[in-house]
Ligand binder design. Sequence first.
Ligand code: NOJ
Length: 903
Amino acid sequence: MWRLVVAWLLIGALDAVDRQNFKTCEQSGFCKRHRAVTSPTGYEVVGDSVKTNETGLHALIKNKDTTLRLSIVALKDSTVRVVIDENDGALRKRYQPLEALVDREPAQQKVKKIKEEATATKVLTTDGNRIVLQHKPFRIDFYVKDKIVSSINAKETLHFEAFKKKVLLSDREKGFWEETFKEIKDTKPHGSSSVGVDIAFVGAKHVFGIPEHAESYSLRDTRTYEPYRLYNLDVFEYETNSPMALYGSIPYLVGVHQKRSVGALWLNAAETWVDIEPTTADKGGLSKEVLDADTKPRQVPQHNARFYSESGLIDVFITLGPQPNDIFRQLAALTGVTPLPPAFALGYHQSRWNYKDQKDVKEVHDGFVKHDIPLDVLWLDIEHTDNKAYFTFDKDAFGKPEDMIKDLADKNRKLVTIVDPHIKKDSKYYIYKEAKKNKYLVKDAKDTIYEGNCWPGDSTYIDFINPKARKWWSEQFAFDKYKGTTKDVHIWNDMNEPSVFNGPEITMHKDAKHHGEFEHRDVHNVYGFHQHSSTFEGLKARSNNEVRPFVLSRSFFAGSQRTAAVWTGDNKADWAHLKQSIPMLLSLSTAGLPFVGADVGGFFGNPDEELLVRWYQAGAFQPFFRGHSHQDTKRREPWLFADNTTEAIRNAIKTRYAFLPYWYTLFYEHAKTGKPVMRPFWMEFIEDEPSWDEDRQWMVGNGLLVKPVLEEKVKELSIYLPGKRQVWYDWETHKARPSPGAVQIPAELNTIGLYHRGGTIIPKLSEVKLTTKENHEQPIILYIAVNQKGDFANGTIYLDDGESYAYEKGDFAYWGFTFKREHDYLHTITNKNLDKKGKFDSDVYIDKIVIRGAKFYPRNAHIFLDDFSPEDLEFEFNRDNFLMEIANPGAFVTREFRIDIHS
Ligand code: NOJ
């Protein structure tokens, strides 16, 4: 019977998403109740209840029905935490997904001064920010340099459903004690315990974040439509331009302002909806505060975000920026960064549901060699298992996994296998038996083992909320348990929303039970997070913490970046989905998750050759670069097409590999600063407001602008060059262009719009080999793009062994390059060790130096490798486009040199 349902789901998916499967706000009891709050809910601070301490304050707040406990705590680095919980005597404990935080207790900071006044309590933080708790009505205002930047409850929509004893069902409480959706009942034994409040972003022209939605990068006004929904769901062939929930959720949003950007992390793992209201300060309830700062309220843009969560606490972290770099650092301090990935993970990944057998696998990866196309990883989807029993191999098709893996490893390649969280209900299956015996399986509302339908048919689900279950799960990756695998096998966690084909909205029943007496509704959005985190721990442990793991997850939450890369799930082979991937990946990057990608070519359907080429070109400049497709699609290995298509795909993949030194450096820098590798424009060009919401172009690091061709059959590609009074160079022609401005370039089959930002230096491989390993420590070309004033450019490079944790003990090299105009007749290029702790001994040398924007006439150039004996350098200079090229300068990346260019 379930086979039929699955077949129906799949067929349904061939057209478009079946919206009927998923709730609207109107169909979700608590969302509807919160949205209906339009008049002030009347909370005020209880007289005399404010208690101050070294780092903040506590107080009680109440309205006519409810009394709540409030705490406001100053954290390090201009961050403030606000928690609102039930007062003592609550009937149940609320779930707090502290696992999302790097530090379950983020470091607090002593405040400078607290002033208690009759109508407000004012806190001055050590960072010079001010927090004002207004007593009546209850409201919390945040000031940076005396300007109000954010406010909680300015619209007075705080609504908090305290647990209560079940009494008579009145009409008002419809949906409070039980709810039915598509004939599936949610028994709600504890009633509703939802929470919600409004957060204002004062001065913000745009708000970004709260992935995952197939939507524009800048969040839209939702008032006349649906709120954005955060509820991890398996949505087949999702629609573009829709606020519907998708596979993962990061409840983090940033309001962008030229001088005072602000972020808000809503730490809640339950189903959450977010309404966005663009307005102005006068209408947003903050006229007086804005007036105090001498500005006309109706001219101050404001965005109000209203968050509603089905259960849990109001636990909000406000990061007060004020600059983009501060925002990313502050978020990273809370939810962490992606540790340096193994180098192979930045190469190209080839996947398909499914490669049939070992012969197929071999033919495919040999094909990449034969056709001279780089490849690092081959992927095996669900069919490689013994009847969907994960951690096993199908005995007929994959009878000798060791041989297959060795064959890949001999060619410096890796294998990724899929391991989903649903466990086949089969008394002969060791994973099921152990999980059942140890009580590591999720239970249903009646306290028996929860059963649902997924790929294996009848399935049970690991209770990842149980720390013991997580530890046990990690151990399953040990080489003696996951038989046939070696250190060259990495893991893909799919279907971990979790997907339950016969569950409500294709996921788990909300009244299912987890460890610690929590219901599934409390922990839903953090379920997948725990699966991929324990997978990561398992991979690390199986190599005695020596090899860096790679884990791809479909579901995610705040903090997922610490242990997983993610992709955007089941997209479609059409132009709209290609375009959609960009704002989706930017939104993830904004929310702190940098290692992201979309199925290249589209998962459902067959792309035509033009679309496929364009998708490879876009994917080559996105962090996670994998071709993947549904089992019903035609085979798409790059050589199965017309020669010029294969050639264009080869070029795109080779271009990716050529930039690997830059990508790797950016990931290293991400781990230090929290800055994403794929960057939205506002992060780099805060002075260029019209560019902030750009979602067709992006930056890779601070130096490379990317605009792929995203339209069918176009002859020209138009590119916007952001910034004020900056210069950009066409990557291919070196031609300089000022910004802000737009350029049109011919859109040929091999065209990818790439511009090099003046003032930056990018290292690129001088020749590309077929795997990251072979490209490791190969010579580079240094591309110097001189700034607009013609006097400066700088850049960095990071090197290490590419796979182990030795870099944590000093086995790395992090160097900087600087181009400088010393005076009218002398320009220099120097390098410098940026971190003396790094002891990595590398032989990487510089094959060539390309200087774009060399607005001088070089007479001679020489290099100093020590202080005494300069050596003459040969160079070419092109006056027409101010291009200087120095071949074979004889310089090593990690040995100090100075090049003098006399003019
Ligand atoms: C759903 C995933 O999104 C897709 O990538 C995968 O191929 C199928 N599951 C089968 O495992």
